[in-house]
Every structure is written in C-alpha cells, then in structure tokens.
Design a protein around this ligand. Structure first.
Ligand SMILES: Nc1ncnc2c1ncn2[C@@H]1O[C@H](COP(=O)(O)OP(=O)(O)OP(=O)(O)O)[C@@H](O)[C@H]1O
Ligand SMILES: [Mg+2]
Length: 450
C-alpha cells in the first residue's frame, strides 16, 4: 500500500508531493497535467518496472525522464508492504546510466497490483509470480517482472520470454472465458458474480451461450443477452460492456492465478490489492459512471473475504466525484487535484465536500468551469453580467447582451432569465417582457449562418 510519493524534477510538475489514503484516492486535473504519468510512477514504485519496458506494444507507460537533465531528479516514497513492514526509499536519475538508481537488493512485496490503463490495457504484478525468490539467503531474479497487457493481449492472450522461450502466460479473455463456461465450474460463476458487481444496480449481465462469429472462425465466443437481442457475441458488444468485461476478466485472472501460484508455493494468498485505474469512467454511460466507484471499492469481496483494496483512480467525470459523496470517508479516502497555476503544474490535496447536484462538481476545483453550461451560453451570460454590473449601460449594450443570450440558445428554463428578464423589462420597457419568463422573440435558428 502506497503511503506517500514525492517527485522532484520529473514529469510536468517541478515538485509533486502526495500523502495517499489507505482506501480511495481520487485524482482530477485537466488534460496533460500528469494524472496518467503519476499512475505510471505509482506502478513503477510498487513494481520497479515501467509498463512500456515490459510490453512495447503499449502506447504509454514509458520510463519517467527528468524534466531538466542538469538538475537532480528523484522519486521518493513510503509504502507498507503486504507483511505490514514500512519502507522508505529514494531513487535518483542517473544520466550516465539513463536509469533510476537506488539502494540495491530485493525490493518489497506490495501485494497484488492491478493497473487498468486508459486504453483498455492492463498491467498486473503478482507477489506469487513476479516477486524475486530467495534461496539460501541469495536473491534469485529469474521471475517474470510483471504482466503488461495491451488491449489486444487482454482479449487474445499474452506471451512472454521465459528462459529464452516464448511462453503463453495468459490465454486471454476469449479463450479463458469460453473454457470457464464449458467447464460449468466455479470460475464461470465467479465471472458472472464479478460482472454483476460491476453492473449498475439491477442491470446485471446475463451471460449467453458460446457462439460462432462466422463459418470460417473456429473460436467459441462468449455471448451476453441484451434486452433487444439474445446471445450478442462479446466481440460485438458495446465499448462500455467490453471495458467492464475486460476489467472483470483481468481481476479474476490475476486473482485466480495468484491463488494457484500461492498454492504451489505453499503460501497464503495476499490480502492486499492495490488497484490503479486511469479514467475510471472511460466508455461508461452516466448511469454506470454513478456506480462504478462503489463497485470497485467492493470488488475485493468477490475475490477474497479478507482482501483490502487501495484504489487510486484518475477521472474526468463529475459523476464519479458525485458518486463518491455517499462513500467518501475522510479518514481513509483522499482527493488530489492537479492544476496549472502561473504556468506551473501543482498538485493539491482537496477537502472533499458533498455538492449535491452533479453540475456543481463541474464548477468545483475538480473541473474549474465557470459555468455548467455550453461555452456559448457562458460567454453570453458573462456579457450580460458585465452589463448588469455597469451603472449606466447604453441601450445598445443591453440589446447586444440580450441578443447574445438568445443566439446562445439559453433555454427558457434557465434560471438566468429570471434576473435578466426583470432587468431588461426596466431597461427596454417597449419589449414588454415579464420578469420570470424568458423573452418571447424568436431565437437565432440553429445551423450554418448565411
Ligand atoms: N515518461 C515521462 N517522463 C517525463 N514526463 C512525462 C512522461 N510521460 C508523460 N510526461 C509528462 O506528463 C505530461 C502528460 O501527462 P499525462 O498524460 O499524464 O496527462 P493526463 O493528466 O493523464 O491527461 P489526460 O487527462 O489527457 O489523460 C506530458 O506533457 C509530460 O510533461
Ligand atoms: Mg491521462
């Protein structure tokens, strides 16, 4: 479990420091301010490998580079291992080696780490399979360093070089899920349970029979029932469904393989799971966005009765933030927000307060919008507000602002009309508009202007 992280001269911010919470850590910030980068660094801190170094089909997850090669760059962190030992570590960048260097020796065991990338790929680090072994006091470094799946690997399987041989280390969702369904065993039932846990309340997936895509394709493809069609092959399913099925599969695969490997090693499975999630809302309908966070916090219960999850999730979704309101507990959860201030990227720990309507999140520190309206409506309202603030506006200025609001198609139900309608009535009495009703004249027609 990661406790704290401090970056100096690496990534978009000159300095970045955060003290993580034990359970939920939400990460917000504009495009390009370093949310995904930060998750890559967290993955590296926990596993000591950069995702791209383990799978060059990835389009992200490259090793972190110092912003200024002439100054010292460091990544320092504190974590608690799966055996509850505290570790403090600092790594500095060696220009000479073009690598991050630090105290040598066997690193730590942070528990099971699953990283859901924004594009549908996953990285998995399994303490039973990826941790260095010890034999007679010696470190044996022959284990695979981790499993990094491109989106295609998740579905079709992953190979790795082991002892100079290409070895299939994961069969992939299509083959494994089909095999589980054929076996009619416990794993197929658990896959359905995990899917049910991830689905919005009352909308559990109904898994269908194995189907073929075409006469020439010999694969048996799992299917799901949709309200309008039976047995939709999972390869034809919508992006949101595939995102969630991929997540359910990767969680189950990681956990099953970890339990099997632990049995072979005659050791107990871990009870610590660190889950890194980039763009939690990706591809999900708002109804789903409202439930995915709670589902993720409870998913551990489907894996192991004692498993505890530390979730670090980046999001662009006001619905995800709103959905955190009933579950957020300041003693074990935290919210970090990255901003651009005077051309500098800064990360702040924000106090999480409930905001009620989801649109209030859009105008909060999380998303920094001035208004939860269209850009055109926002500009028109700003123009109207400037007129309202002016003690002696010209008639022309009032008319222009009024026309601006109409051209922006501000709807009759918008509360701004109450204030503006009353004002316009006093300033432009000839128009005979009522105070609490949107003025009647026709709006600008939508479509290309002539
Ligand atoms: N390997 C790296 N080494 C150093 N800096 C990096 C590295 N990868 C990304 N960055 C920095 O991070 C920035 C990109 O940030 P990132 O992709 O994490 O943004 P984001 O907040 O996830 O944006 P979005 O919301 O669009 O996904 C780059 O402009 C660069 O400054
Ligand atoms: Mg990103």
């Amino acid at each position: 479990m990661l406790k704290s992280l401090k970056l100096t001269n690496v990534g978009p911010a000159p300095k970045l420091e955060l003290n993580l919470a034990d359970r939920l850590n939400l990460l917000t910030g504009d495009n390009g301010l370093g949310k995904s980068f930060l998750l890559d660094v967290v993955w590296w801190v926990l596993t000591r490998k950069w995702p791209h170094d383990l799978n060059d089909n990835l389009t992200s997850g490259y090793p972190a580079r110092p912003a200024d090669p002439k100054s010292k760059a460091s990544i320092a962190f504190d974590l608690t291992t799966a055996k509850a030992t505290s570790v403090s570590y600092e790594s500095t960048y060696s220009n000479h080696d073009q690598a991050w260097v630090g105290r040598p020796g066997r690193p730590w065991n942070p528990g099971l780490v699953v990283y859901a990338h924004a594009d549908g790929g996953f990285s998995v680090w399994d303490p039973a399979r990826n941790y260095w072994k010890k034999k007679g006091g010696m470190d044996i470094q022959e284990s695979l360093p981790g499993y990094v799946f491109s989106p295609k690997n998740v579905w079709d399987g992953l190979d790795a070089e082991i002892g100079g041989k290409t070895t299939r280390v994961c069969n992939g969702l299509l083959a494994d899920w089909a095999a589980w369904i054929r076996e009619r065993g416990d794993t197929a039932a658990r896959m359905e349970k995990v899917l049910a846990r991830l689905a919005p309340t009352g909308e559990a997936f109904e898994v269908g029979p194995l189907v073929r895509l075409s006469v020439n394709d010999a694969r048996d493809i799992p299917s799901i029932h949709m309200p309008y069609a039976d047995a939709v092959p999972i390869l034809h399913a919508a992006s949101g469904v595939r995102r969630v099925v991929g997540l359910a599969y990767m969680l189950l695969w990681s956990w099953n393989e970890h339990v099997r490997a632990s049995e072979l090693l005659a050791q107990q499975p871990t009870t610590t799971v660190v889950l890194l999630f980039d763009e939690l809302e990706s591809h999900l309908h708002p109804r789903w966005q409202r439930t995915i966070l709670r589902s993720m916090l409870h998913i551990a219960e489907e894996l192991h009765s004692k498993a505890e999850i530390q979730l670090i999730a980046a999001t662009h979704s006001p619905l995800i933030l709103a959905s955190a309101e009933p579950v957020f507990d300041a003693n074990r959860d935290a919210w970090f927000d990255i901003d651009l201030e005077r051309k500098k990227v800064v990360l702040r720990s924000r106090q999480f307060v409930s905001r009620g309507e989801v649109s209030n999140w859009l105008t909060s520190d999380a998303f920094d919008l001035s208004q939860a309206r269209s850009k055109e409506a926002e500009d028109a309202i700003e123009q109207a507000l400037a007129v309202l603030r002016d003690p002696n506006p010209t008639r022309r200025a009032v008319e222009d602002a009024d026309a601006g609001l109409r051209n922006a198609c501000l709807p009759d139900i918008d509360p701004f009309w109450v204030r503006w309608g009353h004002y316009v009535e006093t300033k432009l009495p000839k128009k005979n508009q009522s105070a609490n009703q949107a003025p009647a004249p026709a709006r600008k027609k939508k479509g290309p202007s002539k």
